[in-house]
Ligand binder design. Structure first.
Ligand code: SF4
Ligand code: SF4
Length: 309
């Protein structure tokens, strides 16, 4: 399994999962995704996030950090985490003690030197389009915050590909290569949802694989290229419907070492399923695993399955 700073210790976790199962030991939790708030300060047209009002208390977060933080990455996401008033001061105070990872839209400057990984969404290099898409007039602010933060931590840009923006990707990469010299990688995810404005048609998928993907491979840095080729390697990854028939049955080994914490403190296991409205138990797969997973997670499970005695 390839080493990558993007995937959280996957190699080590796969080996540990195999060793624990083979010797009947409980698998330690290595990654905890904390959905710290449902609120957001943007209103992206493609957003599938359920924007409620729930927000985690500092006491609840502190108990999660005390319970898991010694052994696990604490991956903070939302909603938009920066809206939780006590969070950034907490990260600044405890950033040296724990491995915090943060997902943010970077409208407010993140405390980048207090987190080990930062993931920032940016889906266009065209300021007028991006301002309209997100409902906020702040393209330059976000670009400047990405520049500042990428000098202080491992920063990945997450670009959500849609029918509407995929043709602009080569120009987006050129913009990023010019403006974001310190960014670690760009990760391209595919729009999941049912808004016809954003869903790829079959012609779009053909055009993406024939012209856009080769152009991406020619200009992306090594890590971004690897991420692209290991997650979007076949046409049916972009088409709606079943993307991972491998997840039809069996056990999800990856989620045995993961936990998800919702704003009220309740626990489940898989953050992908959580975003799809499902709270599963560690190891449990369900109907939504056929669609909401990604190639790298499926590979983890297949690798562990193959290597078990
Ligand atoms: S920043 Fe994220 S959570 Fe907020 S509206 Fe945009 S996609 Fe949704
Ligand atoms: S979507 Fe399903 S198979 Fe994929 S990581 Fe989550 S629980 Fe496991």
């Amino acid at each position: 399994m390839r080493h990558s700073k993007y995937w959280d210790d996957f190699e080590k976790r796969a080996q540990e999962t195999i060793a624990c199962i083979n010797s009947g030991i409980t698998i330690p939790v290595r990654r905890v995704a904390v959905f710290i708030t449902e609120k957001c300060n943007m209103s992206c047209a493609y957003c599938n996030h359920d924007k409620g009002k729930r927000e985690m208390s500092e006491e609840c977060f502190d108990s999660v950090v005390n319970k898991y933080g010694k052994d696990a990455i604490i991956h903070i996401t939302g909603g938009e985490p920066s809206l939780v008033k006590w969070l950034y001061p907490y990260l600044i105070e405890h950033g040296n003690e724990y491995r915090f990872h943060l997902n943010t839209n970077a409208l407010l400057l993140p405390p980048s030197s207090s987190v080990k990984r930062l993931k920032v969404s940016l889906d266009s290099h065209i300021s007028t389009y991006w301002n309209r898409l997100t409902g906020i007039n702040a393209f330059d602010t976000v670009v400047n915050n990405i520049k500042k933060c990428s000098k202080e931590t491992v920063l990945t840009i997450t670009f959500t590909m849609t029918k509407e923006n995929y043709l602009t990707i080569p120009d987006f990469i050129e913009f990023s290569n010019r403006e974001f010299k310190d960014v670690y990688a760009i990760f391209f995810s595919v729009y999941k949802g049912n808004n016809p404005r954003f869903i790829f048609s079959e012609e779009d998928v053909d055009s993406f694989f024939e012209t856009i993907k080769p152009a991406m491979n020619a200009t992306l840095n090594e890590e971004s290229k690897n991420l692209l080729n290991e997650t979007i390697q076949e046409k049916f990854r972009i088409i709606e419907g079943k993307r991972f028939p491998e997840n039809q049955s069996g056990l999800c080994y990856l989620s045995l070492s993961e936990r998800v914490i919702s704003p009220d403190g309740t626990e489940s296991a898989c953050s992908h399923l959580y975003r799809d409205g499902v709270k599963n138990k560690p190891g449990e797969i369900c109907e939504k695993c056929l669609y909401g997973c990604n190639r790298r997670l499926v590979d983890f499970n297949e690798y562990v399955k193959r290597e078990l005695i």
